[in-house]
Design a protein around this ligand. Structure first.
Ligand code: PMP
Length: 453
């Protein structure tokens, strides 16, 4: 398949002003140029082979733009605590990057704050700790789902009281069960914590519908956007837009429900250096103590009293990951310049191309809805009939240099449901980034076809 992206011209209406925001012509080849090191040499049973990387849901390779920017500022970041022009610039970049993130996810520029964390996992741990401080008398009730990554389950499980929403036969979130649970625990649920997109089949959840339900029942919503942010435009809060049109849903302006809290990881968004972010209402976050105490977070300290700074600073004790923040801001800029329309259309083409090819191979068991894939980011999970999951993954790596994930993929409860009643130990997972190419996918298809000869 040769793929050439169309030219897009999109007009966004903000408060009556027309702003042309995208006018690019990108080809698959040009998308490929955005990232670095995708074909590292690795030893395989067939000799040394160029590897092909299909584990982008775990970590993406860095954008070249990110590495260039990091090279530019690496000699400078040590000046951060000194009174020099470089220090001022670097500090300003660190603060400015928070604004880039807020704009990127359409957060409330005034009331939301961006707290830098190590990753999504740490962000969720912070939020669960915030919640327990908000409700010190009893364990707060949190509704989360069977679809979650363990990072969006274990913090709630250990610190809060936790109810799980079921999934449907094809692995989508059961909105019916969510509504039933909210009704059953009327008024008691403090938070609904849900994945923006799932990391095994890639379903995109209707987060604004979920927000509406949560809010109706007096709960807040947290979205784990670890798998969403690199594939879809996020609207945490967007009163200026007349309506939100996504591929899956259209939300009239008066029905747009605010996403109260959101977290994501930079290393899945083409930026290395392990930064994550927790975004949410600064008033709430200012009311409680941080998860981690240390230098840099206080207005004043005596042996008798400590006055903490407001968020986000109160949540960032110790030395900050300045380069991580610069890397993330640069990755965001590159995604913006590329355009979500282009990314989404191209990735959807990779998804359908692969599913259609895999469907032709007898003995491939595909998980999830393979006919209507509009609400899926480019992640595919499968097994081979009568073969051990790990054996398939090893075969693909050892003989064809295909780097993929296998097992429970960090979503133990979900994958166990998918493979229930079978002898599989997990799934084999392919996850694409915006730079993957159809000729790379062809190597997977060839490998699997040979395996089944
Ligand atoms: N949530 C989801 C949906 C994920 O896929 C992952 C990572 N696979 C995480 C959370 C955890 O991300 P991190 O390891 O960056 O904290």
């Amino acid at each position: 398949m040769s793929y050439s992206l169309n030219i897009y011209k999109m007009i966004l209406i903000i408060n009556g002003d027309y702003m042309p925001i995208v006018d690019y012509s990108f080809t698959a080849n040009q998308l490929r140029q955005l990232v670095m090191d995708t074909h590292s040499l690795i030893p395989t049973g067939e000799g040394t082979l160029n590897s092909i990387y299909f584990d982008n849901a775990a970590t993406t390779p860095p954008f070249a733009s990110v590495i260039n920017e990091i090279n530019k500022y690496t000699p400078w970041y040590k000046y951060v605590s000194k009174k020099s022009i470089k220090a001022k610039l670097i500090s300003a970049m660190y603060e400015e990057s928070r604004k880039s993130i807020k704009r990127f996810v359409n957060a409330d520029m005034e009331n939301d704050t961006v707290i830098y964390t190590k990753n999504t996992t740490e962000a969720i741990n912070i939020l669960s700790d915030v919640l327990t401080q908000q409700y010190p008398d009893t364990k707060p009730l949190v509704i989360t789902t069977y679809m979650e990554h363990m990072s969006d389950y274990l913090p709630w499980k250990f610190r809060c009281s936790c109810e799980l929403v079921n999934v449907t036969q094809d692995g989508r979130l059961s909105m019916e069960d969510l509504e039933n649970k909210l009704k059953k625990y009327a008024g008691k649920v403090k938070l609904v914590a849900v994945a923006g997109a799932n990391n095994v089949i890639g379903y995109v959840n209707p987060i604004h519908e979920i927000a509406e339900l949560a809010h109706k029942h007096g709960a807040k919503i947290f979205v784990d956007a670890a798998q969403l942010i690199q594939h879809r435009r996020i609207y945490m809060n967007s009163p200026k837009l007349s309506a939100i049109q996504t591929d899956e849903y259209t939300y009239p302006a008066n029905e747009i429900q605010k996403i109260d809290y959101l977290a994501f990881s930079a290393h899945k968004t083409y930026a290395p250096f392990f930064t994550g972010a927790l975004i949410g209402d600064k008033t709430v976050l200012n009311q409680v103590n941080p998860f981690c105490f240390g230098a840099g977070i206080t207005e004043s300290v005596t042996t008798e009293s400590v006055v903490l700074k407001e968020s986000p600073v109160r949540y960032e004790a110790g030395s900050n990951n300045i380069l991580g923040a610069i890397a993330l801001a640069t990755a965001i800029q590159t995604i913006e310049q590329t355009g979500f329309n282009i990314i989404q259309e191209y990735e959807a083409s990779l998804l359908t191309y692969t599913i259609n090819q895999l469907k032709q191979i007898p003995d491939v068991i595909l998980y999830g809805d393979t006919n209507n894939t509009k609400d899926r980011i480019p992640i595919i999970s499968f097994n081979i009939r009568n073969m051990d999951t790990e054996e398939v993954a090893d075969y693909l790596l050892d003989n064809f240099g295909l780097i993929i994930k296998h097992g429970l993929c960090g979503s133990d409860l979900y994958v166990k449901k998918l493979i229930e009643g079978s002898t599989f130990s997990g799934v084999v997972r392919l996850s694409f980034g915006l730079y993957n190419q159809t000729y790379e996918i062809d190597r997977v298809i060839t490998a699997l076809s040979k395996l089944l000869l």
